[in-house]
Design a protein around this ligand. Structure first.
Ligand code: M6R
Length: 357
C-alpha cells in the first residue's frame, strides 16, 4: 500500500533512513556488535577470490561492494554482469566464492550462473531482499537486505540496502581477519541515515534541479571518479529507466577519450564530487565540458564543496558516500519522470523482476 504517496518510488525513497536503521539492528548481536553468520564468514575466509554476479542496479551495488570487500576485508573481488558471465566464464581462481546480489532473488540471468557454478562445485552466497526466493533457496548461504517489499520497478531502497549489507559483511570479515578498518561502522551508518533523511527532506530543491536540467533535454551525462563513477552509472540507469532520457555515466577521465564529442550547447552534465583524492580532477572535467557549452551541475560533499556547486551533501565517511550521493540522483530522476508525464512506477517495456533470459 502506498498510503498517501502518489507513487511507490517516492515512498521507497523516503523509507531509506528507516531501512538503514533496520539493517543495523538486524545485524547487531546482544552486545551491540555487528555480526554475520559464522558459516558465511568461514566461506569468505576459505575463498581466495570473490565473484560478484548481478544485473542492473544490483550490479552497480556490486561495483561498490567490491570496494568495501577489498578495502576493508582485503579479499580480491571481481564483479560481473550475470548475462555475460553465463556465456563467457573467465578463468576462475582456485577457491572462488560466488556472491549473487539480487533484490528479487528471481533474476534468470543470475540464476543461470548459479546453476553453472554449482555444477562446478563452487560455493555461493545470495544477498537478497526476498527470503525464500529462488537464488536464496539454491545458494549455500543467504544475507537478507531487510528493505521491506520494493514495488516500484526502479530500484531505490534495495540499492542502498545492498550497499549497507555489503559494508557490514566487509567490516565483520575484516574484524575476523584481524584487519583494522579505522572507523565504527555502526556509528557511521547512523550518520549516513541522518544524511539520507536530510536529502529526502530537500525534495523541493531537488525537484527544481530536475526542472532546470532535465525537463526538455534529450540526453544527460553523469560523470564521477572512483566510487562517484559507479554511483553515476546508477544515476544514469535510474534516469533512463523512468524518464526515457538517454543517460550515460562516465568516468571523468574517460571523457576526453571520446564522449566529450557529444557535448553540445546546453547538454546536461551532472558531476559527483565526494572523493577527496580526485576532487580537483573531477572539477577539471566539469570545466572541460562547461567550456564546450554543457549545462553543468555539481553535487559535492561538505568539506569538498566550492562556491557555485548545485547541491552539497552532508559529510559522511568517504567509503559510505555512495549510500548518500545516490539519493539526490533518485529524486532527480523521479521528478524528471514526473515532469515528463511518465508512468513512474511502471515504466514502459520493463518488469520488476526479470525471470526470462
Ligand atoms: O531483482 P534484481 O536485483 O536481481 O534485479 C536486477 C535488475 O533487473 C534491476 O536492478 C533493474 O536494473 C532495476 N529495474 C533497476 O532500477
Amino acid at each position: 500500500d502506498k498510503g498517501t504517496y502518489p507513487h511507490y518510488m517516492l515512498k521507497e525513497i523516503d523509507e531509506q533512513p528507516a531501512v538503514m536503521r533496520k539493517i543495523i539492528q538486524a545485524y547487531q548481536d546482544e552486545n551491540d556488535q555487528l555480526t554475520i553468520d559464522s558459516s558465511i564468514l568461514d566461506a569468505l575466509e576459505s575463498a581466495d577470490r570473490l565473484y560478484i554476479i548481478a544485473a542492473g542496479t544490483s550490479y552497480h551495488a556490486g561495483l561498490i561492494g567490491k570496494e568495501y570487500l577489498e578495502k576493508m576485508a582485503g579479499i580480491p573481488v571481481e564483479v560481473h554482469v550475470a548475462s555475460e558471465f553465463g556465456y563467457n566464464m573467465p578463468l576462475l581462481s582456485e577457491k572462488p566464492l560466488f556472491i549473487f546480489i539480487s533484490q528479487s532473488g528471481e533474476t534468470a540471468d543470475s540464476r543461470q550462473v548459479l546453476v553453472r557454478i554449482k555444477e562446478l562445485g563452487h560455493s555461493s552466497l545470495t544477498v537478497t531482499n526476498v527470503a525464500g526466493s529462488t537464488l536464496s533457496r539454491e545458494a549455500d548461504h543467504t544475507l537478507l537486505l531487510y528493505a521491506g517489499p520494493e514495488i516500484a520497478v526502479a530500484s531505490t531502497k534495495a540499492y542502498t540496502a545492498q550497499l549497507a549489507v555489503l559494508a557490514i559483511l566487509a567490516s565483520v570479515t575484516a574484524e575476523r581477519r584481524g584487519r583494522e578498518i579505522g572507523f565504527d561502522l555502526i556509528q557511521e551508518m547512523g550518520i549516513v541515515a541522518n544524511a539520507i533523511q536530510a536529502q529526502v527532506d530537500m525534495k523541493e530543491e531537488l525537484e527544481k534541479l530536475a526542472a532546470d536540467f532535465l525537463s526538455t533535454t534529450r540526453n544527460c551525462f553523469f560523470i564521477g571518479r572512483l566510487m562517484d563513477y559507479f554511483v553515476g552509472l546508477e544515476g544514469a540507469l535510474k534516469l533512463k529507466e523512468i524518464s526515457y532520457i538517454q543517460a550515460e555515466g562516465f568516468a571523468g577521465g574517460e571523457l576526453k577519450h571520446g564522449t566529450i564529442a557529444l557535448i553540445e550547447e546546453g547538454t546536461p552534465v551532472i558531476a559527483l564530487a565526494t572523493q577527496e583524492s580526485v576532487n580537483l580532477n573531477i572539477r577539471g572535467n566539469v570545466k572541460e565540458v562547461a567550456a564546450r557549452g554543457a549545462h553543468t551541475c555539481i553535487i559535492s560533499m561538505e568539506g569538498l564543496n566550492e562556491e557555485g556547486d548545485s547541491h552539497v551533501l552532508p559529510k559522511v565517511h568517504e567509503l559510505l558516500t555512495p549510500i548518500v550521493s545516490v539519493i539526490p540522483l533518485q529524486l532527480i530522476s523521479y521528478y524528471a519522470a514526473l515532469h515528463r508525464d511518465c508512468d513512474v512506477d511502471k515504466p514502459r517495456n520493463l518488469a520488476k523482476s526479470v525471470t526470462v533470459e
